[in-house]
Design a protein around this ligand. Structure first.
Ligand SMILES: [Zn+2]
Length: 328
C-alpha cells in the first residue's frame, strides 16, 4: 500500500517542484482552547510529503484545513478507503517534530495515535524521554512508543536529534536540524527544515536569553544567519504568548511582540537588515482569552506591525489557513 500511495504523492521527479515551502496551520493558539493548539504542517511546495512542527492539535486542524480546500490537490487512493483527512494523517504526514512535551504541543498526536500510521517522532533526547514518561506510559495513554512501560505497541519510532546536526527526513525531500531553546525549566527546540535550497525555521516555546539566563536564541540566530543573509530562509515561525506590556518576571519562558522585535534585530545584526526585508514571520502560540475586550491576536499583530523596524511580513494565522513561502 505504501508504494501505491507514494506514487500518488510524488508525481514530480525529485527537484521538479516549485521552490519554497507550504505551511498549513493545524493549530494557531497556545491555549486555552483545546482543538486549536500549536501545530504546523510543513512540506516543500508541490510535494505534499511533510512533517508537523509540534502536534498540539492534529485531526481538528486537518479537518479545518480540509474544509478550507487546502488538501483538494491531494489524491486519495481509491483502494485506501480513507477520507482525505485520514489520508493526510496516515500517509502525507511522514513524521512529527516535537519542540517540547508540554500538553499543548503534543495533545493532538497522543489523541490521534490509535488511528495514526506508524511513523517517527523526532525530538531532542530530553523531549523523547518526557513523552515516554508522561504520556505513553499506559496511565495517561497506551504506550504507542517503542520503549518505556511495557508492553510497547511500537507504532512510533523515537528519533533522537543531535543539536546542530542535519538529518534527512525519511519519506520526504527535506532535511531537519534541531537547536535547543530555553523555556523556563524545560528544554525546548527550534527546527530548521531545508529542501531545494530553501529553509523554514520553526521555534517551539522559548523565553528571551536575558530572562532565561542563557544564550540559546543567540546561538540559533548565529546558526541560521548565513541562510538569512543569502535569502534561503523563507519563513520563521516564532511564538508570542502575551502582549508587549507583559513584565519580564511574568513571561514564564515565553515571548511578546516587543521581544520578537528584539530577536529579529539580533538576526538582522548577524545577517544584514537588507537581507531580512520581506521575511515571513509567522507568530504562533497566542492565547485564546476568556476576558472581554480585544482579541489577544489582534493586539499582538498590531504591536508586531507598528513596532517593525525591518520591513518583515508578520502573520498571525488562523487554524486551517495555508500558504506558500518562497518560490519566487
Ligand atoms: Zn511550553
Amino acid at each position: 500500500m505504501r508504494t501505491a500511495i507514494a506514487a500518488t504523492l510524488a508525481p514530480l521527479p525529485l527537484g521538479a517542484w516549485a521552490e519554497g515551502f507550504t505551511i498549513v496551520t493545524l493549530g494557531a493558539r497556545g491555549g486555552i482552547e483545546d482543538g486549536n493548539l500549536s501545530a504546523f504542517l510543513i512540506h516543500p511546495a508541490g510535494d505534499p510529503r511533510g512533517v508537523t512542527c509540534d502536534a498540539g492539535s492534529l485531526v481538528s486542524g486537518l479537518r479545518a484545513a480540509g474544509e478550507a480546500g487546502v488538501f483538494d490537490g491531494i489524491a486519495v487512493p481509491e483502494d485506501s478507503g480513507m477520507t482525505r483527512v485520514g489520508h493526510v494523517l496516515t500517509d502525507v504526514i511522514r513524521g512529527y517534530f516535537i519542540s517540547h512535551a508540554h500538553l499543548d504541543h503534543v495533545a493532538g498526536l497522543v489523541i490521534a495515535s490509535p488511528d495514526d500510521s506508524a511513523k517517527p517522532i523526532h525530538a531532542l533526547p530530553s523531549v523523547l524521554e518526557a513523552i515516554e514518561a508522561t504520556y505513553f506510559n499506559w496511565t495517561a495513554w497506551p504506550n504507542f512508543g517503542p520503549s518505556g512501560v511495557e508492553p510497547h505497541l511500537g507504532k512510533y519510532a523515537y528519533v533522537p536529534l543531535v543539536p546542530g546536526e542535519a538529518i534527512a527526513v525519511e519519506g520526504t525531500a527535506m532535511t531537519a536540524t534541531a537547536y535547543p531553546l530555553d523555556h523556563g525549566p524545560v528544554e525546548s527546540t527550534a527546527f530548521l527544515f531545508e529542501a531545494g535550497g530553501d529553509a523554514v525555521l520553526c521555534l517551539g516555546d522559548t523565553g528571551p536569553d536575558r530572562v532565561e539566563g542563557g544564550a540559546k536564541l543567540r546561538a540559533l540566530w548565529q546558526a541560521v544567519a548565513p541562510l538569512a543573509a543569502s535569502g534561503a530562509l523563507k519563513a520563521v515561525i516564532i511564538e508570542s504568548s502575551y502582549p508587549s506590556d507583559r513584565p519580564d518576571d511574568a513571561l514564564f519562558g515565553h515571548l511578546t511582540p516587543a521581544l520578537i522585535h528584539e530577536e529579529m534585530d539580533v538576526l538582522a545584526g548577524l545577517a544584514g537588515a537588507e537581507a531580512l526585508r520581506g521575511l515571513e514571520v509567522i507568530v504562533s502560540h497566542t492565547k485564546y482569552l476568556l476576558t472581554e475586550g480585544p482579541l489577544a491576536q489582534d493586539v499582538m499583530l498590531e504591536e508586531l506591525k507598528t513596532g517593525d523596524r525591518l520591513g518583515l511580513t508578520y502573520r498571525i494565522p488562523e487554524q486551517g489557513v495555508a500558504w506558500t513561502v518562497g518560490g519566487d
